[in-house]
Design a protein around this ligand. Structure first.
Ligand code: ATP
Ligand code: MG
Length: 187
């Protein structure tokens, strides 16, 4: 590889078509796949913004970004507690909506080449966010911007908007054998 090459060459290509990717399903690996995609993009000079819906704790990926990844911005748009599916607290709704506003600002600012909306499918399924608002958000995407949406229970309307849809299917999970969640694996 030519080391003098502009590291932002890939993102400065005006003719590049930004893609919408969606990772869903009940198996482990959606959020970590999205961060893997971010890492790959960062290496190619992208500026990446990740909004983590329904999360209020600094997971390992957040800590790594703070310490080591200056071109990766991570926002937490939730609390560090479970959201009740049929009865979400007003604060859960408020933080998710604030997350959507942050996403819109990030999309329109031109400051990022890739936007990742982690757990946004779940936020829609739990009715913290209106499906129509999320569909509109994805549709406001400038042509060159890349997006990744993650979370179980992806609504069909978001699946229909995506260029790539991957489903993590659970074959087995260590939780069923009694292995508790662990730093570095689950968070
Ligand atoms: P990861 O964050 O590890 O990539 P994920 O984003 O695919 O996983 P989520 O559906 O967001 O998983 O669930 C969050 C956490 O719940 C994960 O850290 C994961 O280890 C755990 N988890 C995922 N699938 C299962 C399962 N089938 N049973 C129990 N726990 C699970
Ligand atoms: Mg996840």
């Amino acid at each position: 590889m030519d080391r003098t090459e502009d590291p932002r060459k890939a993102v400065l290509d005006r003719h590049r078509r930004g893609l919408v990717q969606l990772y869903t399903g009940n198996g482990k690996g959606k959020t970590t796949a999205a961060f893997g995609q971010a890492l790959r993009a960062l290496g190619q000079g992208y500026r990446v913004c990740i909004i983590q819906f329904m999360k209020g704790r600094k997971y390992g990926e957040y800590l790594a970004a703070e310490k080591h990844l200056p071109n990766l911005t991570v926002h937490l748009a939730g609390l560090d507690s479970f959201v009740m599916r049929d009865n979400p607290a007003p604060i859960d709704i408020e933080l998710a909506r604030r997350g959507l506003e942050i996403a819109l600002e990030a999309i329109t600012s031109g400051a990022y080449d890739m936007i990742i909306l982690d757990e946004i499918n779940v936020a829609v399924d739990f009715k913290l966010l209106a499906l129509d608002d999320v569909v509109s958000l994805v549709k406001t995407k400038p042509p060159a911007l890349d997006m990744v949406l993650t979370g179980r229970y992806a609504p069909q309307a978001l699946i229909d908007l995506a260029d790539t849809v991957s489903e993590m299917r659970e074959v087995r999970h260590h939780y069923q054998a009694g292995v508790k969640e662990r730093a570095g694996i689950e968070y």
